[in-house]
Design a protein around this ligand. Structure first.
Ligand code: PLP
Length: 381
């Protein structure tokens, strides 16, 4: 059986061009980038070239990029760091952030290091901008941490509108762009953003590497202390192979962005139309409009008694999808995102997420299987 991977919001397959870019750093270029000799200088050059590549794609300064071990670390650094180092006493965030932000907010509440304010959401999961303004007016010099696109339902916030409000009320703005980096363009000279986070494995780079963008003037202190790596921002010998791969994955993603966007959007549209027509009572979780993240499609199916077995049954038939975020895929544990937007609702939620490697034939087969699993054939007498 050919298995079909439709869980690209959890992670993506490595791109062949990325693997090629990594290879020299697994063989010849193995010096410690902190060493002064030629081996070290060559490795250092790989890191700094990667930093410049990332910065030029985002229209920011190379010094504003700090490579990290993942998106989670970058999110933690921005939110904890703003409270610890930048005098932030109020954090404004939403109940549907990824756990990498949401759990940090709960930790700040627990320790009392900052007061956390949970912004209201619109029914599709977008931030209620009027409520955000109300909170910003009431709390000076807050940190606003709101994601660009939600990893479970794909609803996308307007970063320009949120950023402008933050500037108006003297707040710092952190946005988790883990699901949108490599899928949308960002011009950081235009966007009023102070912190932005990235994880390479969401756009065909390797797992275990990401970065934090910190606007000059909003610089937090390191969390990992020791050597002077990452311009004194993060100690520890750098993950050179990962860093080079991240930059290459970004270069490839932005080079092919328009084509990739068109292809993946068509897969999502096809699946949405087919499933809505095939399975009565199906609705879309989150924002059903074309403004939503084009890689993510999340369905709600009314309870038919088989709902909780859905992911397992799909997997048995060779289709990989998810019930929510990566940490809950496989366990189909209740999602905090779905619960926040649709409290108490029964039924099953299923996320399909697409990449440039998926095909229309794969979508058709997934729909066929879903239909079979959801609507069993009548038993013959
Ligand atoms: N933020 C969002 C929106 C995500 O989807 C993820 C990964 O699922 C993360 C943060 C965490 O990234 P990483 O897996 O690199 O820690």
């Amino acid at each position: 059986m050919e298995r079909i991977y439709l869980d690209n919001a959890a992670t993506t397959r490595l791109d062949a061009e990325v693997i090629e870019a990594m290879l020299p750093y697994m063989h010849e270029i193995y010096g410690n980038p902190s060493a002064v000799h030629a081996f070290g200088r060559k490795a250092r050059a790989g890191i700094e070239q990667s930093r410049r590549k990332v910065a030029s794609l985002l229209n920011c300064a190379p010094g504003e990029i700090v490579f990290t071990s993942c998106g989670t670390e970058a999110d933690n650094m921005a939110v904890f760091g703003s409270v610890r180092d930048l005098g932030v006493k109020h954090v404004i965030t939403s109940p549907i952030e990824h756990h990498a932000v949401e759990h940090v907010a709960h930790e700040l509440e627990r320790t009392g290091d900052a007061e956390v304010h949970w912004v209201k959401l619109m029914p599709d999961g977008k931030v209620d901008l009027a409520d955000l303004e109300r909170l910003l007016k009431a709390h000076d010099h807050a940190l606003v941490s709101l994601m660009h696109a939600n990893n479970e339902i794909g609803t996308r916030n307007d970063l320009m509108a949120i950023g402008k409000l933050c500037r108006m009320y003297n707040a710092l703005f952190h946005t988790d762009t883990v699901q949108t980096m490599g899928h949308y363009r960002f011009d950081l000279e235009q966007l009023p953003i102070d912190f932005l986070t990235c994880s390479a494995h969401k756009f065909h780079g390797p797992k275990g590497v990401g970065f934090l963008y910190m606007r000059n003037g909003a610089v937090v202190k390191p969390f990992i202390v020791g050597g002077a790596q990452e311009r004194n921002m993060r100690a520890g010998t750098e993950n050179i192979i990962g860093i080079v791969a991240l930059a290459k994955a970004m270069e490839v993603a932005y080079r092919d962005l328009d084509e990739h966007h068109k292809h993946v959007q068509a897969l999502k549209d096809r699946m949405r139309e087919k499933v809505l027509a095939a399975i009565p009572g199906t609705t879309i979780n989150g924002d059903p409009s074309a403004d939503s993240l084009y890689t993510v499609l999340n369905f709600h199916f009314p309870d038919d008694g088989k709902a909780e077995m859905l992911i397992y049954n799909m997997d048995i038939e060779g289709i990989a999808c998810s019930g929510g975020s990566a940490c809950s895929s496989g366990s189909n544990k209740g999602s905090h995102v779905i619960e926040a937007l649709y409290p108490g609702r029964t039924g099953a939620n299923l996320r399909f997420s697409f990449s440039k490697f998926n095909t229309q034939a794969e979508v058709d087969r997934a729909v066929e299987v879903l239909q079979r699993v959801m609507v069993p054939e009548p038993v013959k007498a």
